[in-house]
Design a protein. Sequence first.
Length: 117
Amino acid sequence: MKAANTNEALALWKRVAAGERGADLDLWLQGVAGRVVSEVFEAKFEHAARRAEAAQAAVGWRGRLNPHEELDALAVADFTQGSSARAVANAAPLIVDVKGTAEQIEKRVEYARRGKR
């Protein structure tokens, strides 16, 4: 099992840090360990920097984190679908950690709803 992106990897690492256990988490950790062994320790690299990049990829730290993940999830949540983008933007600061003006938040909600995250 491999995290789909760095946001998913971050969520899984947070669960590990919190001491959470579960079959899905154990399976993911086993996959990470397997990738670290095969893609980092056992692989041959011409340059040390390549080993560091392989290690980052193996643990899910490569790629860009989405700073708007919570807002995007709120924008497309079932319970907000009957609400306008403006209404969601006005309520967002009360529900999720979001920064920006009401207009900026509204544009991000519209963007997320168009599926361009």
